[in-house]
Design a protein around this ligand. Structure first.
Ligand SMILES: [Zn+2]
Ligand SMILES: [Zn+2]
Length: 171
């Protein structure tokens, strides 16, 4: 549902969302998401967007591959500027700073895209189902959170070459 910039009243517009999004491009909208956005137009086509986004997408632990719910509950505060304002005058960057400045194409914006983007940047690069996840055994693939298979492996912080040396010394 795109919103035309010119349809946003000067006093601002509040939008509420409660729907599922296809956050991780899996082809199905699986992550329930709630959001409240305030859109406020400014000069030069800039739209201030503030609000609150909540969702609990299911992520895969990067160590043990188990799926786990990841809670996102965050504020958002961005300035959206028309993409062509960049060519017209480079001064926007100087005035506003590029920190929370994003750009839109054409004469409308898609709030759901903004919400989706906000959720995506909240997802860690290396998701862990728990900070102390022990991962999978490199030898047999057992989930070391659930079982102790007894295979030898490098302790965290151990480096391959050094542990090999340690093994040699032990013999
Ligand atoms: Zn894990
Ligand atoms: Zn094992």
């Amino acid at each position: 549902m795109a919103i035309k910039i010119k349809d946003i009243p000067p006093e601002g517009l509040t939008l509420e969302f409660d729907q599922r999004v296809d956050l991780l491009d899996r082809g199905t909208a699986t992550a329930a998401c709630k959001a409240v956005l305030n859109l406020k137009p400014d000069q030069g086509g800039i739209v201030h967007i503030s609000g609150h986004v909540r969702s609990t997408p299911e992520l895969e632990c990067s160590r043990c591959l188990e799926a786990f719910p990841f809670e996102i509950d965050g504020e958002l505060n961005i300035d959206l500027a028309p993409a062509d304002s960049l060519d017209r005058d480079g001064e926007h960057e100087l005035v506003h700073g590029e920190l929370d400045m994003e750009f839109y194409q054409g004469d409308e914006i898609d709030p759901m895209e903004i919400i989706r983007e906000q959720l995506l940047i909240s997802i860690p690069m290396v998701p862990l189902h728990s900070p102390g996840c022990k991962g999978l055994c490199g030898v047999c693939g057992a989930d070391l959170n659930k079982t102790e298979c007894g295979h030898q492996r490098n302790a965290p912080g151990d480096f391959g070459a050094f542990s090999a040396l340690k093994d040699l010394l032990k013999k």
